[in-house]
Design a binder for this molecule. Sequence first.
Ligand SMILES: Cc1cc2nc3c(=O)[nH]c(=O)nc-3n(C[C@H](O)[C@H](O)[C@H](O)COP(=O)(O)OP(=O)(O)OC[C@H]3O[C@@H](n4cnc5c(N)ncnc54)[C@H](O)[C@@H]3O)c2cc1C
Length: 449
Amino acid sequence: MTSALDTLRRDFGGDIIEPGAADYESAARSRLVAGSPAYVLRPKTVEDVQTAVRFAAGSGLVLSVRGGGHGFPGFGTNDGGIVIDLGELADIEVVDAERHLVRIGGGAHWGQVVDALAPHDLAISSGDTRSVGVGGLTLSGGIGWKVRKHGLALDNLVAAQLVTADGGVVTASADEHPDLFWAIRGGGGNFGVVTSFEFAAHRTTRVFFGKVTFPAAEAATVLQGWADYLRTAPEELTSITNVANPFTGGPEAPVEVHVAFDGDDPDAAAAALDPIRRLGTVLEDDVEPVAYADVLVEGGTPPPGIHVVAHDGLVDRDSVAEALRILAETGTSAGSPSISIRSLGGAVSRVPSDATAYAHRGAELMVTTFTAGPAPVIEAARPVLDGLWGRLAPYLSGAYANFLTTADETDVTAVYPKPTYERLAMVKEQYDPSNLFARNHNVRPGRMS
Ligand SMILES: Cc1cc2nc3c(=O)[nH]c(=O)nc-3n(C[C@H](O)[C@H](O)[C@H](O)COP(=O)(O)OP(=O)(O)OC[C@H]3O[C@@H](n4cnc5c(N)ncnc54)[C@H](O)[C@@H]3O)c2cc1C
C-alpha cells in the first residue's frame, strides 16, 4: 500500500484529501450523507482518473465515484475507502453548433449546463435541480421538464468517454463499444468512471412554467383527470403533481399540478394548459413564460443529523386508476409522506424497452415519496410509508434507481427487469470483472444464477 500511495502522490495531478486536512469534512460528505473515507481524490484530467482508478483497484478498499453527490443512498462517499470526486471535470463545450452536440465533463452539475447552453438557445432534457450531477442522473435515466418531448437525459446521449476498471480509456457510442453504450444508458455507474458525456441538445428559449393548485378535497378527481389528460396532451407538456407537500400543509395541502410547456408560443401553451385549469377548483395559477435556465431550482444540503428517505415506483397504464386512488386517499390522511407523481410517456415510451438498459418504457407515471427529519422522525413515519408502498405494490411495474434511498436485492430487481440484468451482467463481466464499481444499484459480473 505504501508504494502504491507513493505512486499515487507522484503521478496524481489533482488534490488528495485525507482525514485531518482543513477541507476534509466537506470533501468527505456527499450531499445527503456524511462519510469518513480514507482518501478523497479530486482528479483534474482523464490521466488523473486513470491513476486514481488504478490506485483504487490495487488497494482493496471500497471505491465511491462522485459526480454531483446527490445520490439518495450516499454512494458518493463511504467509510474508510476511496472517493474519486469528479467535481473538477466540469468543462462544457458546444462541439458541433449545427448538430447541437455538446460535450460535458463527468463531474458537471445541471446548473452549470443550463448556464453554459442558454447563450446558444440550447438545453438538454435533464432534471429539475441545478446542483444534481450530470453523471448520476444520466447514467440511470434523467426525468425532468422536457421528458415527454425529448425523453430521458440518457435518450439524448450520443457518446461517453469512460475509464474502466483496468485504468484504460474507452469511448462508448452506437459505433464504438455498443454493448457498453447500451449498458451505461440505465445501468448506472457500474461500468467505469465517465469522464465526459456527449449529448444532442435541443433549441430552447422560454418555456411556460408554474403551478396550478386545487383543494386537497378534490385530490381524487384532479389526479385521475390529470393522468387521463396527459395521455393525449401535446408532448411539449410535462407535469409533476405533488400531494401532501409538507411546506404547504402536509395532508391538508392543496394538490399542486406543476407544469412546463416546452415552447414559446403563447397560444399553443394556453391550448395545452387550459384542460389542466379545468380539472377542479383553481386556488392558484402562476404559470408564466420564463427562460428555461430559470426553471431549475437549487438543491439544498440537509443540516447535520437530518436524513432524507426517498422511494419510488413506476406505474403502467393499466394500473394508473387504482394507484391514483390509493395515492389520493393516503395523501390526504394524517401522517402521509410528501408524494410526487411525474408524468412519463411521450418520447420515453417510443424507445423500445431493450434499446437501452433503462427498460421501463411502458410506464406512464413515476410515484415518489419523500420523508425528511432526524432518525426518530424517520422511524415514526415508517409504518405509514411501508403501508402505502405495500398497498401500491400490486400496481407497480418496476422502479427508477435515482429516487431510491435503498439498494438491496429487491430494489435491484425492481430497477432492472431480468433480461436487462442478465445482459448488464455480461457487459459487467467484460469491463469490470472484479466489481470495482460497486457503490451503485449493483450488477454482479457474469450471468445471473
Ligand atoms: C434535490 C434532488 C433533486 C433531484 N431531481 C431529479 C430530477 O428532477 N430528475 C431525476 O431524474 N432525478 C432527480 N434526482 C435524483 C438524481 O438523479 C440522483 O440522485 C442521481 O443519482 C444524482 O446524481 P449525482 O451525480 O448528483 O450523484 P452521485 O451521488 O455523485 O452519483 C450517483 C451514482 O452515480 C454514479 N456516478 C455519478 N457520476 C458518475 C460518473 N461521471 N461516472 C460514473 N459513475 C458516476 C455514482 O458512483 C453513484 O453510484 C434528484 C435528487 C436530488 C437530491
